[in-house]
Design a protein around this ligand. Structure first.
Ligand code: AN7
Length: 352
C-alpha cells in the first residue's frame, strides 16, 4: 500500500477529526536500525536498535507532530503559525506551513541555532525573529502572542503536536511486534517523552503491546528535570537541548516514573562520544540525538541498568547534517595534496 504519512496510517489512534485532509510530507515510517555492534561494545547479551527519526522530511522528529498541528491549523482556518525554537521546530513548522499555504513566524535564540536548522527555516521562507535571549524567553513570548491573537502556536504545548508524535511509539511496536523493554531518548522541552509515553500506553490499552521503561536524558548544562529547578542560562554543545524550563517538565517526570524509568543528565563529552559511536556504525545524528545512547551507556557502565536479555531502542531525533559545524570544528581538516598522481598514490600506500 502506498505510504501516506502518519495521520493516514494511525488515524484511529490519533485524536483528530476523521474527515480531515492531512497536511503531510509523508513523515514517519523511519528506519528502526539494529546496531548489534554497539550492543557488543556495551557488553552484549541484549538487542539494541536506533529509531532514526532524523530521516523525516525536514531531518527531525518534529515533523510527526507538525503534520498534525498544521493539519488542524489549516482546518480551523488559521492563517499564521508561530513557534519558539532551538532550531528543528522552526524548520519543520516552516516546511509544513508552506505545505498548508500558511504563514510561519519563528523565534529563535540569537546565534544558538545549528546552521542546518537555521538554513532550513530560511530556505522554507519562514519569517525569522532572533532574540538575544534563551529558548525559554522566546517560548514565553510566542505563547503570549498566540493568546492575544489568532496566530496558532505550534510548539509542543499544542496538543496536536503530541498526538502526531505518538506515532513514533506505534511504529516501534509495529516493527518489533511489541513494545521494547527500554526506550532511551533526549529530553529538552519534554514534548517527545510525553508523546512516546502516551503512545505506548494507548497502544498497550488497545493491542496489549506492553510498556517500556523510559530513560530520559538531559544535557548536564541544561538539566532542570534532574536538578529540580529552572536553569536560567542553559548551556550545552547539544544546542537543541538548550532549554532551562521545559513546558512539559512535569509530564516528563511522570512518564519516567510511571514507566519505572528515570531522567538523568550526561556531560557534553559523553554526548559527543556517543555521537562518534553512532557514526562508527554509519549513523550520523546531531549531538542532542546522541544523548539517549550517552545516557544508556553511562547507566550500563555504572551498573544501574542491566540490559541482559532486553530489547532496547534509542530514539535518534535529528540528522547529523543539521549541525555540520560541530564535526568540522572538532576534527582535523582533510589532508591537502598536490594534483600529482604519484604523490597521492604513494601517500595512500604508505598509510595502508
Ligand atoms: C534533535 O526545535 O525544542 O524534549 O525548538 O531538536 O520534545 O523538546 C528541539 C528539541 C531532542 C528535545 N532532539 O525534544 C526545538 C526543540 C532534537 C531536538 C529534542 C529536540 P523535546
Amino acid at each position: 500500500m502506498t505510504y501516506r504519512g502518519i495521520i493516514h496510517r494511525y488515524r484511529n489512534y490519533l485524536d483528530l477529526p476523521t474527515e480531515i485532509e492531512p497536511v503531510t510530507l509523508l513523515e514517519g515510517d523511519t528506519p528502526l536500525i539494529p546496531v548489534p555492534e554497539l550492543a557488543a561494545r556495551l557488553g552484549g547479551g541484549f538487542e539494541l536498535f536506533v529509531k532514526f527519526d532524523g530521516m523525516n522530511p525536514t531531518g527531525s522528529f518534529k515533523d510527526r507532530g507538525m503534520t498534525a498541528a498544521l493539519t488542524m491549523a489549516k482546518a480551523r482556518g488559521k492563517k499564521t503559525v508561530i513557534c519558539a525554537s532551538t532550531g528543528n521546530t522552526s524548520a519543520s513548522a516552516a516546511a509544513y506551513a508552506n505545505r498548508a499555504g500558511l504563514r510561519a513566524i519563528v523565534m529563535i535564540p540569537d546565534g544558538k541555532v545549528a546552521v542546518g536548522k537555521l538554513a532550513g527555516a530560511i530556505a522554507y521562507g519562514a519569517e525569522i525573529i532572533q532574540i538575544p535571549g534563551s529558548f525559554d524567553d522566546a517560548l514565553s513570548f510566542v505563547v503570549e502572542i498566540s493568546q492575544k491573537s489568532d496566530i496558532e502556536l505550534v510548539n509542543s504545548l499544542n496538543p496536536y503536536r503530541i498526538e502526531g508524535q505518538k506515532s513514533g511509539a506505534f511504529e516501534i511496536c509495529d516493527a518489533l511486534g511489541s513494545a521494547p523493554d527500554l526506550l532511551c531518548l533526549p529530553v529538552g522541552n519534554a514534548g517527545n517523552i510525553t508523546s512516546y509515553w502516551a503512545g505506548f500506553r494507548q497502544y498497550n490499552d488497545v493491542n496489549g503491546s506492553g510498556l517500556p521503561e523510559i530513560l530520559g536524558v538531559q544535557a548536564a548544562g541544561a538539566a532542570p528535570l534532574v536538578l529540580g529547578h529552572v536553569v536560567d542560562q542553559p548551556e550545552t554543545v547539544a544546542t537543541a537541548l538548550r532549554i532551562g524550563n521545559p513546558a512539559r517538565g512535569e509530564q516528563a517526570l511522570a512518564a519516567a516514573e510511571e514507566s519505572g524509568g528515570k531522567i538523568i543528565a550526561v556531560s557534553d563529552d559523553e554526548i559527543l562520544a556517543a555521537q562518534k559511536m553512532l557514526t562508527s556504525v554509519g549513523i550520523w545524528v546531531e549531538p542532542a540525538s546522541a544523548a539517549g545512547l550517552a545516557g544508556f551507556k553511562a547507566q550500563v557502565e555504572a551498573g544501574t541498568i542491566n540490559p541482559a536479555g532486553k530489547r532496547v531502542v534509542l530514539i535518534c531525533t535529528g540528522h547529523g547534517m543539521k549541525d555540520p559545524d560541530i564535526i568540522t570544528k572538532n576534527s582535523p581538516a582533510p589532508i591537502r595534496m598536490p594534483v600529482n598522481f604519484d604523490q597521492i598514490y604513494q601517500f595512500i600506500m604508505k598509510g595502508l
